[in-house]
Design a protein around this ligand. Structure first.
Ligand SMILES: Cc1cc2nc3c(=O)[nH]c(=O)nc-3n(C[C@H](O)[C@H](O)[C@H](O)COP(=O)(O)OP(=O)(O)OC[C@H]3O[C@@H](n4cnc5c(N)ncnc54)[C@H](O)[C@@H]3O)c2cc1C
Length: 189
């Protein structure tokens, strides 16, 4: 496998002592060290949209699709996509609305369900070991979930801030019980 997948050979198994001593993960039983990367999701999406627009993409923002209806008359266009700003007919529809797909395609009810994930950005004090931020990204894997810490890189806005996410295991029903997008779970604070 090491010959075919670049980077696999860089995985290193770390002892409990090294993880606890060097990486300060006090209850860890062991760890893996490997090359990791992170990108700005916002810049990534904006970049893809720009490329699409250059190639003729018709982008309609702030336009929720309220229903998708099959067209009855014989035509190469099979679907009517209804929005508050009018309808368009389409040969093919791709639903890319994530946890809310079942709203438009009810057969997905109970199959795709919204799950609320949460993360926070913490501004560390200068007293933090390693000069006020983290020297590396972290993933913590537990039997029942995961958490992660990612420092914002040099040169980015708010460089050094630590983005901490995960914590589904600390939420009721692992986040499935509440799908409100405009709230956060105070138990995680
Ligand atoms: C707090 C949090 C932290 C995360 N951190 C990471 C991370 O560090 N790394 C990582 O890889 N992933 C992370 N994820 C997961 C990642 O965000 C998702 O996997 C990814 O965004 C899914 O992309 P998507 O395009 O399928 O759906 P989404 O990004 O959810 O996009 C779906 C879009 O559809 C739109 N939509 C929904 N219904 C309709 C409708 N009826 N009409 C029109 N539009 C509609 C929505 O407004 C939305 O813009 C995180 C998720 C959360 C919640």
């Amino acid at each position: 496998m090491n010959d075919t997948i670049p980077g696999v050979e860089k995985y290193e198994v770390l002892s409990k002592e090294e993880i606890q001593g060097k990486y300060l993960a006090v209850n860890a039983v062991g760890g893996l060290r490997y090359d990791a990367g992170s990108i700005s999701g916002y810049k990534f999406v904006i970049g893809i949209l720009k490329l699409g627009l250059e190639k003729g993409l018709n982008l309609q923002t702030n336009t929720p699709v309220t229903s998708i209806e099959p067209l009855s008359s014989p035509s190469s266009h099979r679907w009517s996509v209804v929005t508050p700003r009018g309808s368009i007919s389409a040969r093919t529809c791709i639903l890319a609305c994530n946890g809310y797909a079942a709203h438009l395609y009810p057969r997905l009810q109970g199959v795709i369900v919204p799950l609320r994930g949460q993360m926070s950005a913490q501004r560390p004090g200068a007293g933090l070991p390693y000069g006020g931020s983290l020297p590396t990204t972290y993933s913590f894997i537990y039997a029942d979930g995961y958490e992660y810490m990612i420092p914002r890189p040099e040169g980015s806005k708010f460089a050094g801030d630590i983005c901490i996410g995960g914590k589904c295991r600390a939420t009721i029903a692992l986040g499935l019980a509440n799908n409100a997008n405009n709230m956060w779970n105070r138990r995680l604070g």
